[in-house]
Design a protein around this ligand. Structure first.
Ligand code: ADP
Ligand code: MG
Length: 234
């Protein structure tokens, strides 16, 4: 057990280091971003604007990746509230509507009528649902339908499923799913699922992926109804 303890000690030091570095990277990034925006607004350097635009979007990408990394390594107390998962999903679907339309994808919601509130941090669950739905949309290059389900699972669990009929995941790749930086996309980060998994874990829920190449993928998330279940009708 001593070996184990030491190993997890090292891990937390590495985690702290990563969180510290990520934080330190953010400040100079903000400075660079501000200066670039000045250059963009400068009439005398107008011909260079396309370069500045690329630099800005690359900076934003670094910023995004650093944010995801911080999310992974920086332990932070969640501020839990009682929320209706269906309402959170409706907001996310609204956010992604334009992107779905662009890909000829229909987002269909199939929700149970009675649902207890779930103890969660809304912004974190939103992040998970956005990641999972974006993946589903990106997996359907020819469009189609994504079914988002919310059901009660026994008395004290809520299950959210996101089912697509997209390209699916080849069996040899299934074991890599969720590993940081594993991506099959040209401009993917491979952090979406890692972060999502971590968030659901922080909520004491479960995160599973069922997939068949050429058939489609279903992401299944369960969340515990942590406190006194209070039934609400939608
Ligand atoms: P990214 O989207 O940046 O690649 P993710 O962590 O969100 O990173 O996903 C990792 C990989 O898992 C994707 O690159 C893709 O290969 C696979 N994947 C995730 N969701 C799906 C899905 N719904 N259908 C097919 N493949 C998926
Ligand atoms: Mg993704």
């Amino acid at each position: 057990t001593e070996e184990l303890m030491r190993r997890s000690d090292t891990l937390s030091v590495v985690g702290q280091l990563a969180a510290g570095i990520a934080h330190e990277i953010r400040n100079p990034l903000t400075t660079l971003r501000g200066l670039l925006q000045l250059l963009l607004a400068d009439e005398t350097t107008k011909s260079k604007a396309p370069y500045y635009e690329v630099m800005l979007s690359e900076l934003d990408r670094i910023n995004f990746i650093v944010g995801e990394l911080m999310m992974l390594v920086k332990p932070r107390a969640l501020s839990f509230e009682q929320q209706d998962v269906r309402v959170i999903l409706q907001k996310v679907v609204f956010l992604l509507k334009a992107q779905a339309n662009l890909h000829n994808v229909d987002l269909r919601m199939e929700f149970d009528e009675q649902m207890p509130l779930v103890t969660c941090e809304e912004s974190k669950l939103k992040q998970v649902f956005i990641n999972v739905l974006k993946n589903a949309i990106e997996a359907m290059p020819h469009g189609g339908e994504i079914v988002i389900g919310v059901q009660m699972l026994g008395e004290d669990e809520v299950r959210v499923t996101v089912q697509d009929h997209g390209v699916g995941i080849p069996e040899i790749q299934l074991s890599k799913i969720g590993q940081p930086f594993h991506t099959t996309k040209e401009s993917g980060t491979g952090l979406g699922l890692t972060v999502s998994w971590k968030i659901i874990e922080d909520h004491r829920g479960t995160f599973r992926i069922h997939s068949r190449e050429g058939v489609g993928t279903t992401v299944e998330i369960t969340l515990p109804v942590l406190q006194t279940a209070q039934d609400v009708a939608l």
